[in-house]
Write a protein that binds this ligand. Structure first.
Ligand SMILES: Cc1ncc(COP(=O)(O)O)c(C=O)c1O
Length: 412
């Protein structure tokens, strides 16, 4: 079943024609950026070669560009279950959008106000809030992460909240070790304390379909290049905030929301690609193309989840069965994404990544900007982690190649 699914997926990815040592590449680098299906590349190429223009002109290519942008917003609204496409903001990447939003939010806050971040988060969901807090004289509280359970202590979040808390920034899933957080609870706690909440769904979105209404946060950000699209970031914000806040922008640019948040001329081809990535995911719906994109995405994600869970169980069992290998993260059946962060006794993560890469097994090494995760795990001074992520195109053979490669490295 899983192999059939992977075969159907792989047929859409030209990159599997590439070979190293006579074999296709086993891509476990998805948490750093996924591979891209032909449909996404075609949409970007078609936009650039046939429809390229700036917006709001009275000629065909400009009108077509406006339509591309509208479709990208609609598709992302379906992907996030946003109440309106007017709540979807596009930008260079999640980090840039988060710095942008943090500056606008900070204008309303000052000394004595507080912001809460976490030890489990990528720096993109920490540094913007710390910089804002520095600029505004605010206090930063940090929710701890446990090196035993690999989870965030949400009770500590509850205790850290005060009437002066203005914002809680939390990740939906850890890009280093895969932990999935109960962000709905975090958003609820923030709301009860009168604070806003910002969710980083960059690592979550390729594996589980986000639902901003179920999460109940005020903002959520993700990146299309992690879910089979181009290098683009997406910010969702409740309309009331996007309309009320004052973004940094040039005066002649539109005051309408969400355009007022999108500085300069956007990456239109990236938006065409992002729209196509959402449609490509929906095409994995076994019911075939329907006219309800969200329903297709829900079914497609169920299939993705089943596939990834099955292969991750094999990967986790394989890695934990090797003497000298330690997987840092929740068990395979825990609240997690199919991303394994692990270490091999006596082999540095960069050496492991180099040797596996030479054999066509691509994994990442380092701290992946999740710097405090590696600090808490005591791994910052020894090169961090080796990271392997399962994707819809991963096969059982890929997993076997990785486990065999790690076993050989561990034997020395
Ligand atoms: C969990 C997480 N958050 C944020 C980011 C930053 O995303 P971007 O590269 O779009 O700025 C990443 C990138 O790896 C990530 O994994």
């Amino acid at each position: 079943m899983s192999e059939q699914f992977a075969a159907r997926v792989r047929a859409d990815f030209p990159v599997f024609e590439r070979q190293i040592g006579g074999r296709s590449i086993a891509f476990f680098d998805g948490p750093g950026g996924s591979q891209v299906p032909r449909q996404v590349g075609d949409a970007m190429r078609d936009y650039l070669l046939m429809h390229n223009a700036n917006t709001h002109g009275f000629f065909a290519t400009s009108e077509e560009t406006d339509a591309v942008i509208t479709r990208a917003r609609e598709n992302m609204a379906a992907f996030l279950n946003a109440p309106s496409p007017r709540e979807v903001v596009f930008g260079a990447n999640m980090t840039t959008l988060t710095f942008h939003l943090s500056r606008s939010l900070g204008r309303e806050w000052g000394p004595g106000d507080e912001v809460i971040v976490s030890q489990l988060d990528h720096q993109a969901n920490v540094a913007p809030w710390r910089r804002m807090a520095e600029d505004r004289g605010m206090t930063v509280h940090v929710v701890p992460f446990s090196a035993e359970t690999y989870t965030l202590d949400l009770d500590a979040l509850e205790r850290a909240l005060s009437p002066r808390t203005r914002l809680v920034a939390i990740g939906a899933a850890s890009n280093a070790i895969g932990t999935v957080n109960d962000v709905a609870r975090a958003a609820r706690l923030a709301r009860q304390a009168g604070a806003l909440s910002f969710v980083d769904a960059v690592h979550y979105a390729p594996h589980r379909l986000p639902d901003v209404q179920a999460i109940g946060s005020d903002f959520l950000a993700c990146s299309a290049y992690k879910f089979f699209g181009p290098h683009m970031g997406i910010l969702w914000g409740r309309a009331e905030h996007l309309e009320r806040l004052t973004p940094y922008k040039v005066p002649p640019a539109s005051n309408a929301s969400p355009e007022r948040w999108e500085t300069g001329t956007l990456n239109h081809e990236g938006m065409a690609g992002t729209a196509a990535a959402v449609e490509w995911i929906a095409s994995l719906d076994s019911h075939g193309p329907g006219n309800n994109l969200r329903a297709s995405l829900e079914r497609a994600f169920r299939a993705i989840h089943a596939h990834e869970t099955e292969l991750f169980a094999a990967l986790y069992a394989g890695l934990t069965g090797i003497p000298g290998v330690r997987v840092h993260g929740s068990p395979a059946d825990g609240m997690r994404t199919p991303t394994a962060g692990f270490v091999i006794d006596g082999v540095s993560p960069d050496e492991a990544a180099r040797r596996l890469g030479a054999e066509g097994v691509f994994v990442w090494n380092g701290d992946f900007y999740a710097t405090t995760v590696c600090d808490v795990l005591g791994l910052s001074d020894c090169g961090g982690l080796i990271r392997a992520g399962i994707a819809p195109y991963t096969t059982a053979d890929d997993v076997e190649r990785l486990v065999t490669g790690v076993r050989a490295l561990a034997r020395g």
